[in-house]
Write a protein that binds this ligand. Structure first.
Ligand code: GDP
Length: 435
């Protein structure tokens, strides 16, 4: 999927435009972790073309001088995006800050679409011509608050999409990413996994996207790709050490992964930030493994591991299906188990259950725990069928979808999990009215 980034000085309306473009179409099943509230990244679509949208304004640090903030934003957009929307405002006209950004974007060679916001009425649009002076081509007058001009702007954006960005990995290559806050040990884990005894596959004809990944083959011939290894190792620029930037990289890596290793630092314990990114992996329906790293630093008594595990379960209730593994990238303890676990979780994500078996399980479930009623009306389940994998997704045809309450859905999910091996994968259950 192409990546589009919005760049612009504070108050030009970046988040308004961001929300307009994303609209209601946030492809998130349930917002367990609060990721949708403070959004810097979302999925969007225009004329059937899907893309990811980044609000670079949400990433940079406010304690930096304005011009530095803007330079960092522009640099992030240049590094991360396929198309950049530079946002300015007709109220203030061309500002110094705009003149700082424009040449950076121009020199990068990335396609830039220039948008002039706050053109709320037709008369004001005439003033957008002065923005030709930025040297970024035709200015598109828009109004975020009135929702005007966005169609033309988005037409220009998608016209600049690169021709082919699909990852062309073999189907049997398992893609996984390693995510977590700075310093949890992501790059140490990656280095340990692709240690001496593994053959690193070089990407001879890979696309640019694949060049940032690391491909390796295990001794017994299984192929893996670690998504965005370059992002994990990169730590040069100031913003690359910030949490928001690391979140952004993580979100993009998650999207391209089959399985996500969510890393916690045992030395520091669980932090708010962990919940946020891991929640995104859950919402994206990816296979998930919780990796507790730096286990060597923890002094162990009888129940240390069990207690830590309970704490993880408590803090990440929505990840109750994810296996937890305690490792040390330094001593390499238990790291050799990871490829097997990753492969197993990937398999579980791709299980297909025959409808006949599925319906037996549902019938048994209903027999032990009658369906709920609401205002005298009882939920009737007619038929259940699996409609997709990764994650396994089930449609239940019922008399009235409103009657399939969260708690009963959870009960059915637990039944499915008790019957089939869905360890490590979220599963989605959708109620449909039988027509
Ligand atoms: P990243 O920012 O998540 O990629 O973290 P790094 O891999 O750069 O690791 C951050 C620091 O933690 C480095 O000093 C590592 O040597 C250290 N570290 C990583 N894994 C372990 C571990 O399992 N045990 C200990 N004691 N230190 C570790």
């Amino acid at each position: 999927k192409p990546v589009v980034a919005i760049v612009g000085r504070p108050n030009v309306g970046k988040s308004t435009i961001f929300n307009r473009i994303v609209g209601e179409r946030i492809s998130i099943v349930e917002d367990v972790s609060g990721v949708t509230r403070d959004r810097i990244y979302a999925e969007a679509e225009w004329l059937g073309k899907e893309f990811s949208l980044i609000d670079t304004g949400g990433i940079t640090m406010e304690d930096e001088p304005l011009n530095q903030q803007i330079r960092n934003q522009a640099q992030i957009a240049i590094d991360e995006a396929d198309v950049i929307i530079m946002l300015t405002s007709i109220r203030e006209g061309v500002t110094d800050a705009d003149e700082v950004v424009a040449p950076m974007l121009y020199r990068s060679g990335k396609p830039v679409v220039l948008a002039v916001n706050k053109a709320d009425n037709p008369e004001s649009r005439a003033y957008s011509y002065e923005f030709y002076s930025l040297g970024l081509g035709e200015p598109y007058p828009i109004s975020g608050s009135h929702g005007l001009g966005l169609g033309d702007l988005l037409d220009a954006v998608i016209a600049n999409f690169p021709a082919d960005l699909e990852d062309d990995y073999d189907e049997d290559t398992i893609r996984f990413s390693v995510i977590g806050r700075p310093n949890v040990g992501k790059s140490s884990i990656v280095n340990a996994i692709v240690g001496e005894d593994r053959v690193i596959v070089s990407d001879i004809e890979g696309t640019t996207r694949e060049a940032v990944d690391t491909r390796f083959v295990t001794d017994d011939g299984r192929e893996f790709a670690i998504i965005d290894t370059a992002g994990i190792r990169k730590k040069g620029k100031v913003y690359e050490n910030t949490e928001k930037y690391s979140v952004l990289r993580a979100l993009r890596a998650i999207e391209r992964s089959n399985v996500v290793l969510c890393v916690i630092n045992a030395e520091e314990g669980i932090r708010e930030q962990d919940k946020k990114v891991f929640g995104y992996a859950h919402e994206a329906g990816k296979g998930i493994i919780i990796v507790v790293n730096k286990w060597d630093t923890v002094e162990k008594e009888t129940n240390t591991l069990r207690d830590f595990e309970l704490e993880v379960r408590e803090e990440f209730r929505y990840l109750s299906y994810a296996p937890i593994i305690f490792v040390s990238a330094t001593t390499k303890k238990r790291l050799d188990k990871l490829p097997d676990i990753i492969e197993q979780v990937h398999n579980n994500q791709n299980i297909r259950i025959q409808s006949s078996i599925l319906n037996d399980v549902v019938m048994d479930a209903v027999a032990t725990n009658p369906t709920p009623t609401d205002k005298g009306k009882r939920l009737k389940i007619f038929y259940t069928t699996q409609v997709s994998v990764s994650p396994p997704t089930f449609i239940i045809f019922v008399n009235d979808p409103e009657l399939l309450h969260f708690s009963y859905k959870r009960f059915l999910e637990n039944r499915f999990r008790a019957t089939f091996n869905f360890e490590g994968t979220p599963i989605h259950i959708i109620a449909r009215r039988r027509t």
